[in-house]
Design a protein around this ligand. Structure first.
Ligand code: ZN
Length: 342
């Protein structure tokens, strides 16, 4: 089936500094926690204290003046180290991914006990030389768990897709998969032009699309559907079915989710049924809210005990034999601060 074509969902950071200034009364503001310097010898920062709280906690981390970061140490209230030792992978470690310029960290699961966090300056990509950050800014956000959890989405649809797509049905189907109320705040039409990433961390064509749109509230998630996604690899151009720059999303360049129409590379096929596009979009939104694939092609598994490969987060979502999420996956997405009362 055509879904065996390459499906890529990146575990990559993203973050567009700059268009987060809007907020409504019910959204708590980001509170500055600390700005710490990167030690030129060790390449890491001092620990930032993160106060414990009963509310949902999230951190927004920014590299200054630019570059990439990785969480190097995360200490829990009981004094344990939470970040994974690469040699050990179990449910007691907190998996975090590289932060490209900026990123959002959701303190749920084992990370709900985090009290101190440090960062290391790292190269953004082996094939790209660039400036490494000299300091790190950390902000905190506390938010209530919503009674009726929902998501606000802005749809950016390519011309071909927008002509055919029933957006109300799309929203219903996405909400069914994620068990969240969905509000479409706006629908915009964009060109069908292919998006070509020159390497795995080349977010520029994706960021350009989002930058062409009016400013929006931070917790409205941009969902781009339609343009074909191509990624340059050492073996040639790879066709992607979807792409989410960072798990979880919420800050950084190209902060949104991207879904290609399903006939990219298949000229005779249809542009994709609303069912297929909704499943692909829900899957990418799942990544944005913090979910990894239960099982990768190399056999490695996510850190949740309850997942099996056949649900919404299957690495080839259209090939999964079941829909929806497990209880643990749902707990994880509910911790993301952009899941709000509509
Ligand atoms: Zn995926």
């Amino acid at each position: 089936m055509k879904t065996s074509s390459a499906f890529f969902c990146a575990v990559i950071a993203a973050a567009l500094a700059g268009c987060n200034s809007e907020h409504s009364d019910e959204q708590p503001l980001w509170t500055p926690l600390a700005s710490v310097t990167v030690d030129s010898g060790s390449g890491t920062t001092a620990a930032v204290e993160v106060p414990l709280h009963n509310l949902r906690r999230a951190l927004r981390v920014s590299a200054q003046p630019q570059g990439c970061l990785q969480v190097s140490s995360a200490i829990s209230v009981s004094g344990g180290q939470l970040v994974a030792n690469p040699a050990v992978s179990d449910a007691n470690t907190w998996r975090t991914t590289k932060l490209y310029q900026a990123g959002l960290l959701v303190l749920e699961g084992v990370a709900s006990e985090l009290t101190h966090i440090s960062f290391a300056a790292v190269a953004c990509d082996a094939s790209v030389s660039g400036m490494q950050p000299t300091s790190v800014r950390v902000e905190s956000r506390l938010s209530e768990l919503p009674t009726n959890p929902g998501l606000k989405l802005r749809l950016l649809l390519s011309q071909t897709i927008s002509a055919e797509l029933d957006t109300e049905l799309l929203a219903q189907l996405i909400g069914f998969e994620l068990q969240l109320d969905i509000a479409i705040t706006d629908v915009a039409v964009i060109a069908d032009t292919d998006l070509v990433m020159q390497h795995q961390a080349d977010f520029s064509p994706l960021a350009a699309i989002l930058a062409s749109q009016p400013a929006k509230a931070e917790d409205i998630i941009d969902v781009v559907i339609g343009p074909c996604l191509l990624q340059q690899t050492p073996f040639g151009r790879q066709q992607l079915a979807g792409f989410t720059p960072r798990i979880p999303g919420g800050a950084g360049p190209a902060d949104g989710v991207f879904v290609a129409r399903t006939n990219c590379g298949f000229a005779a096929a249809s542009a994709g049924s609303v069912n297929e596009l909704a499943r692909l979009a829900a899957h990418e939104i799942g990544h944005y809210l913090g979910l990894a694939h239960p099982e990768e092609a190399d056999g490695s598994e996510d850190d949740l005990a309850s997942t099996n490969s056949h649900n919404l987060m299957h690495r080839v979502p259209l090939a999964a034999t079941a829909s929806g999420l497990t209880f643990e996956q749902r707990e994880r997405i509910l911790a993301h601060p952009f899941v709000t009362e509509l």
